[in-house]
Ligand binder design. Sequence first.
Ligand code: ARG
Ligand code: ASP
Length: 720
Amino acid sequence: MLQRIVKPVLLLVLLVLTKHTYATEGMWLPQLLSGLNEKEMKGMGMKITAADIYNINKGSLKDAIVSFGGFCTAEVISEQGLLLTNHHCGYDAIQKHSSLQNNFLENGFWAKSAVEELPNPGLFATFIVRIDDVTKAALQDVTPGMSERERQSAIDKRLNEIRQNARRESWQETMIKPFYEGNQYFLFVTETYRDVRLVGAPPSSIGKFGSDTDNWVWPRHTGDFSMFRIYAGKDGRPAPYSKDNVPLKPKYALTISLKGVKQNDFTMVMGFPGRTTEYLPSEGVKQTVDVLDAAKVEMRDAALKIMDGYMRKDPQIKIQYAAKFAGTANYWKKWMGEMQGVKQTNGVGKKLQYEAAYRQQMEANPVWKQKYNGVLDSLNGYYQQVQPYAQARDYYSELVKNVELFTVGDRLITFLNDVHERGEAQYETMRQQFLASMQGFYQNYNAKVDHDVAVSLIALYAKGVPAQFAGAEFTQIWQENNKDSRVLTDKLYAVSGLTSMDKLTAFVQQPYNTVVAQMWKDPATRLVMAMRKGYVDNVSRPLADLQSNINNLQRTYMQAQMDVMGNKKSFYPDANSTLRVTYGKVDGYNPRDAIHYDFYTYLDGVMEKYVPGDYEFDVPARLIELYKKKDYGRYGVNGKMPVCFIASNHTTGGNSGSPALDAYGHLIGLNFDRTWEGTMSDINFDPSICRNIMVDIRYVLFIVDKYAGCTRLIDEMKLL
Ligand code: ARG
Ligand code: ASP
């Protein structure tokens, strides 16, 4: 009996194994797909070619993708320049147009016609026209013995030249960025449109449904989308805002598929991922999760608890601190997920295994051994050396970021330094600019909240940062106050000149020299000066030297890995806010023992989570009505309304708003997040649990069409 079932079981195991041997790790350069990835992509089910994705001779998928304001991604979904991105990417713009009478955050916003579309000064959309490899020219003056600084200046000189000589049209711009830790350089010719108008957004109870509780979490039920439109001059070229501008006629607009996806279907995400560090040595990974993430989480934990306490008691504070709380909570939660994910998947152990394999191969080849012997060990050694400095840096930056009084103090110091540099004659003008830049800050400032945050965080800082890094001046202040952060903080907030706009204005109204002299007298500025001095002298300067050694070794180690391990896998460059393609398959995952997550969520799940009146889980009445009537139009399937789905695409911050495309390059969803267990993908991608979260395009269209009745937008899209 046993004998007979062994064979089929083995076969099954093999099948399951081979099913998962596709590589979904990687954020690939679109112009290199044909050489590196096309075959694998087709093997995974892709039906188009690399030339359909990136083509400089005719419109291709890449011509529909823009960097949205430099912090998110968006895509063109109509021949009239209509843009789709996330609600959380458009949040700032939506908030700025909102007032108590017209609360677009709360109620949503839909422009009924072109004239109602709202301009957003400062917001831009950048297309990538062309990407060229300029490595040879960039590195031509680099010689082996150069210091990091010499190397950089030799490169910078060449980059200037390359940029100036690059072939481009008068309205286009160029940018060059290092890749593979500085082993390669690519030139980007870009077109940036600066008249980008708000077209539509659902209410936050749809666009931000689940808010912080559901952030980084699967199963998810958020309709995280908003719509904008690119306007161009009459000639179709970038032009500053003008009411005479016209909707952009794009080179390429995405076609939308209403077919949905099944398990194991090929998906691809294109966008502008911000930053990853996938090639850290084992010591770097260990340090990130055990030391740096832990320090930052500790600081934010304390700050968030205090904010939350006040926000729950006081509706005014809740409004003032909502955005700050969300911003602070986002990465706080991400780092916790990262720590847990690396542990759970044995990320450090896997790096060690990889390093052992690398070492063995490298040492077996005399040429490599000659070139690379000792590089990895030195790099790991430097990471150990840098650890206390890096930890002190993170404590310091979290302190200055989360205690708002210190943020102001820090900005004041920077302003005074700038005046010093540009000459005191500039003081008057620069003072006006500085005060103007601080106006908005105090509207959302509450000294009581900030005081309590300071009590907690100063104590954690003093505990976490040894005196040799905090510096003599800080240590003295700390001792003067009996190492009691409450005593110290009470004093600060009682007499400081920084706790209100009026006080700050009065403070900098004095002559420059008086202000500078006062900086060491006002208790708050004195503390900020002391901490900053300690940080600059004892942390950031030594850190810069160590970091330059690390950069050098990291670059050599990158090249070494590509030489030594190149026959085992292809290498993709770390994210650096440039256009990338990542591909994977629609699939659920098993986060923990005995738990399996499916890959689709439905409107039924929204209703399961519904808590009437709750600030995270309320559901608008109109949506409930549509749900009850099952009035889903052509967007539902078998009486159900799909909401979100997951796949194994390798994404990171900046990929928000990226299109999810199917095997034919058709738009099927909108990327907006990752799953909790997989947030460690920035340092340790693991295909077994790393998933990106997308909102189904049918849910987006259902909300636009059925919920908001904004059919004019549906009419301009190409639906399949
Ligand atoms: N975690 C997502 C990203 O990193 C979404 C953040 C916005 N949502 C929120 N609840 N804070 O940007
Ligand atoms: N939510 C992120 C963003 O805003 C995406 C991610 O980190 O997965 O870009």
